[in-house]
Design a binder for this molecule. Structure first.
Ligand code: AMP
Length: 146
């Protein structure tokens, strides 16, 4: 069965490009619907719990910036209809899985730096998304930047 609905997780950096190119080509070859998701993560408690600080304004700014970047991204990829570009708030793994379930996606595409060793311990969204995914996951290998 060819894939019918592909969800691409985008971090809205330049690294989206190879991931999107692969996704667009795959969607075209299987006639699949294409959706994207960017997750705005809750702001880290940079100052620790003891400092009384309202992060809501910073959080709103962060969300507004993501909205603007998502808008620019939308213009770069007219292959994805605007309503299929999702901007959500939360933990990437959880939100990507939730959206894939909700939208009935049968493939999630993420970028992967192919980290290993210590770097892997520090976290990889691709690795995170793979665990407990509600459908197939394709990790598009990204070039090392170092
Ligand atoms: P990372 O492991 O953070 O370097 O990210 C690898 C890949 O995970 C990216 O190429 C995206 O496909 C996906 N990703 C990372 N952060 C996000 C995010 N905030 N929202 C959606 N996808 C993300």
């Amino acid at each position: 069965m060819p894939y019918q609905h592909i969800l691409v997780a985008v971090d809205l950096t330049d690294e989206c490009d190879p991931v999107m190119k692969r996704a667009v080509a795959l969607a075209a070859s299987t006639q699949a619907k294409l959706s994207t998701v960017h997750v705005v993560e809750p702001m880290a408690m940079a100052f620790g719990g003891d400092v009384p600080m309202d992060l809501s304004m910073l959080q709103q700014q962060q969300f507004d910036q993501a909205k603007e970047r998502m808008h620019q991204f939308t213009l770069s990829y007219p292959q994805v209809s605007v309503s299929e570009n999702h901007l959500v708030y939360g933990q990437p793994r959880q939100e990507i899985h939730r959206l894939a379930n909700e939208q009935g996606c049968d493939l999630i595409i993420v970028g992967s730096h192919g980290r290993h060793g210590l770097a892997l311990l520090l976290g990889s969204t691709a690795n995170d998304v793979l665990h407990g995914a509600p459908c197939d996951v394709l990790a598009v290998r990204l070039q090392k930047t170092e």
